[in-house]
Design a protein around this ligand. Sequence first.
Ligand code: PEP
Ligand code: MN
Length: 377
Amino acid sequence: MIIILKPDVTPESPEYQVLMKYLSQFEGVRTHIAEYQGITRKVVEIHLIGDTRKVPVEVIQSLPGVEKAIRISAKYRQIGRHGDLEPIGFDYKGLHFDQNSFHVFVGLCAVDTKENTEAIFKALKENGIRTARMGAYKPRTSPYDFQGHGKECLPWLFELAGKYDIAVIAMEVLAPHHIEEIWEALEKTGHPTGVMLQIGTRNAQNFELLKAVGNQQEFPVLYKRGMGLTIEESLNACEYIASEGNHNIIFCLRGVRTHLGEPHRNLVDFGHVPVIKRLTKLPVCVDPSHPIGSRVKAPDGIRDIYHVAAQGVIAGANMVLVEFHPVPEKALCDGPQALYLEELPCFMEYINQAREAYLNMKDIVARHTMQMMAPKP
Ligand code: PEP
Ligand code: MN
């Protein structure tokens, strides 16, 4: 069961004490407090864990300080949508993330030289973008391939980000100690930017890593669906993160592994955008670079990466994560799929147009639904 408190009720309020006293009579029922900070208000939820069958919803609902009590049968206790409450999302570094927001994270698959990194940040600033992707720790198939510069590059990377007013960098972590390394580098450089910790598809069920990113509240988490996992398995992985205390999670679709996706690298799964939005409160990201794997173009002159990015956005995605490089031929990782930096204005105009189309399409459906529901004369 989830109990949502009225907006002005906090754990210090007398109404809260009354509620907790009432709940304490039910043996085997534990409580977990979850707080969500939205733009206009903070939501405090009390999650009842254990055998809650004897806890009467109607009585709880009638207690002072309670806005709503919902009995949940769903398995996604923390990340799931319960009832008709609109998810409030979260704020980070002055940006808001929820199921209505829209951000494009652009950048290098793997950080290589300072020159290339600065070229990316400069182009982002010129295009009014404050969200980047930058890989410092790379999970590679072969141990002989470039593994990323790791913590060595973090101080100059963060300073450069600050110079170009980048608010958030999405950065994959492969092990719990990488979170500390990122924190230390941010401390050392005076927090010129923010970091969103990325869980890569290869670590989608690395439960100790999931617990580690869940066990801290500083950084939000970008969770990438396991390329061989069902939606249910990947959502349970997000539930691991949330149940440790961090609810600031974005769910990223990045394609799934099957030969049926050939000649693309993976099979695009962006049809699941509405599924994740329906089942959970999480904002949804799409990564068009990794499932496609190359810069090929269709006969209409549009790259496959653009086509599928637009498909994800039209399906209602809240974020796009895409790889660019100033000189893709020289990239140390995923060069074949990196878009040319010169085409950033084109990509942004294209993707913003897709977002506009989505918003207009949403209005069309809402208008027709209203008309269909209106009483007939
Ligand atoms: C990445 O985004 O840098 C990456 C490695 O992606 P994935 O985990 O989806 O393969
Ligand atoms: Mn990559």
